[in-house]
Design a binder for this molecule. Structure first.
Ligand SMILES: [Zn+2]
Length: 91
């Protein structure tokens, strides 16, 4: 069991001075990618039936799923290592 997600959601009111700046081409690619994915899907881990949030990893631009049980996993079920930044169309 992976446990609870070590994520903190920071809303804009809590961080009024923080803005994430991406190169325009990367931002546009991420936006196009997010427009083409469903906001939620079943976790790709074969034994898991949880619905996860679809995300796109900022660095690699790979699609992954944020599962409440398995944290971040690639679409082939492998765990995403580290604490990558990711974009999501919904929260
Ligand atoms: Zn899962």
């Amino acid at each position: 069991m992976a446990g609870l997600l070590p994520l903190e959601v920071l809303d804009e009111a809590a961080t009024p001075l923080l803005r994430l700046v991406l190169p325009r081409e990367k931002r546009d690619r991420l936006a196009r990618r997010m427009a083409g994915v469903a906001p939620r899907r079943r976790c790709p881990v074969w034994s898991c039936v949880a619905q996860g949030l679809v995300v796109v990893l900022i660095d690699s631009e790979a699609e992954a799923v944020l599962c409440p049980r398995h944290e971040l996993v690639y679409l082939d079920g492998r765990r995403v290592e580290g604490q990558p930044m990711f974009a999501t169309a919904a929260w």
